[in-house]
Each structure stands twice: as C-alpha cells, then as structure tokens.
Design a protein around this ligand. Structure first.
Ligand code: CA
Length: 245
C-alpha cells in the first residue's frame, strides 16, 4: 500500500507556551500541526485547510471552545474534536460531550496522555472507504486542482490541500464513477462507518465544502452536479480530458 497517512491537527490554544509545546510534541510524533490562538480563526480557516482532528481549548478569548464545537456540529461537521479545559470543570466536560466533542482532557495533562487520546479518537473515527483501490487510483483533474486519491489531497501546482476523511471518500467515490449519478445513501456508505439517516445531511454539507474549494462557481457546480431526489454525479471535463497522469 501507500505510505502511512500523516495526520493533520489543529491546535487551538490561547496560551502560547502550551500551544508551542503541543505543536512541537505532535510534530515530533509525525503529525502535521497548524496552531491557532482563537476559535474565530479556526472556524474561518477550517473550510480551506481541513485537519483530521482539532485539539480545542475550552477557555479561549471570544468564542469559547465549547461554542465553537457546538457550531461545527450544528453545521453537520463531524470532524473529530478533543477538548482541553481547566481541571475539575465537570460542567464543561458534560457539556463538551453533549455538544459533540469526541473526547475531553482536563488541565494539567501530559502531552503523552493527549497523544494517546488523539490517537484513540483517530482510530475510532477512521474507516476504510470502498474506493478507490491502490492500483487504479490515478489523479483526476478538477479545474485548477488535481485530485490525488493516494495522497488524499488536492494539488494545485506545488500547493497541497489535504482532504478530511469524509471529503476524500466522497471525491474518491464520485470520481471513480464519472457520469454516474450516485445516491446520497451510497455516498454515505462510502464515507461513514455509521449508517445513520441523519448523516445524509452531512453528505450535503461535505459536498458544499468540496464545491467551495474546487468549483469555479459553487452556485453553478461544474464538476459535482446535483441529481435531484437522488444524489450527486461527477462530470469530468470532456472525454479524454478529465484525467491526468
Ligand atoms: Ca485557555
């Protein structure tokens, strides 16, 4: 198979010493890390550079980690989140899990413990999508972008934009079947472990996010078209032009 996937973390923490310590610790353990000091910054950037998991401090200036978590979940975003908060804030713990956080760690904690939690959440939320198999995973041209299924990313020249797991699975399933209308149920099966009908809305949300990135005009989708009452279809850029080596 391919080289192991390098997970990308957001570390959202307003304490600079803790933020820098966590960033260097996770980088040392093979993660790509993007640090931020506010939830506003995180919410602003998340659609443009998707992480695999967010380490999110609860006590942040402005929007709190809890509010940010609640907002992401309200938007149908299931991105894994591990909350950090001051010790013994039991209410925060309960609220955090109610608001859809995947795990919770009270301060002070050891970086090693956080690493174990992060890895456990990544394992729990990981899945193997049905498509595509390694031997046929050629890159697919999407306008300015090249979708690289092996790298789970979009490439634009030297720029690499990592895709979050659900978006990767959706693009892989759609582009592996050009010109075929694919039902939302099938897209759900290809991208989520849990087959929950509520999650059908998450498919639409993920398609919207993908369109914002790859479509020249997301309001008039060119590559990922809606098939009303059914699902979505990848429309390649003309016969023989849709794929690039
Ligand atoms: Ca804080």
């Amino acid at each position: 198979m391919n080289e192991p996937i390098r997970h990308h973390l957001y570390v959202v923490e307003d304490d600079p010493a803790l933020r820098d310590m966590l960033a260097s610790y996770f980088e040392k353990h093979g993660f790509a890390v993007t640090t931020m000091r506010s939830a506003e910054d995180m919410l602003h950037r998340i659609d443009r550079l998707r992480p695999d998991l967010i380490v999110l401090d609860v006590g942040l200036p402005g929007i709190s980690g809890l509010q940010a978590c609640q907002k992401l979940r309200a938007d149908g975003d299931r991105i894994p989140i591990v909350l950090l908060t001051a010790r013994s804030e039991e209410i925060d713990r309960v609220l955090g899990l109610e608001m859809g956080a995947d795990d919770y760690l009270g301060k002070p904690f050891s970086a090693r413990e956080l690493l174990a939690r992060v890895n456990a959440v990544l394992r729990r939320t990981a899945f193997v999508p049905g498509a595509p198999s390694a031997d046929r995973a050629e890159s697919v041209r999407l306008g300015e972008y090249l979708f690289d299924p092996n790298g789970r990313c979009l490439r634009q020249g030297d720029e690499v934009r990592m895709l979050r797991t659900v978006e990767y699975a959706l693009l892989a399933e759609l582009t592996a079947n050009p010109g075929v209308a694919i039902s939302r149920e099938r897209l759900l099966a290809a991208s989520h472990k849990r087959q929950d009908t509520v999650l059908l809305r998450a498919i639409d949300a993920a398609i919207m996010r993908l369109r914002k990135v790859i479509e020249p005009d997301p309001a008039e989708p060119r590559y990922i078209q809606t098939v009303r009452g059914h699902g979505y279809m990848f429309v390649p850029f003309g016969a023989g032009q849709g794929r690039a080596a």
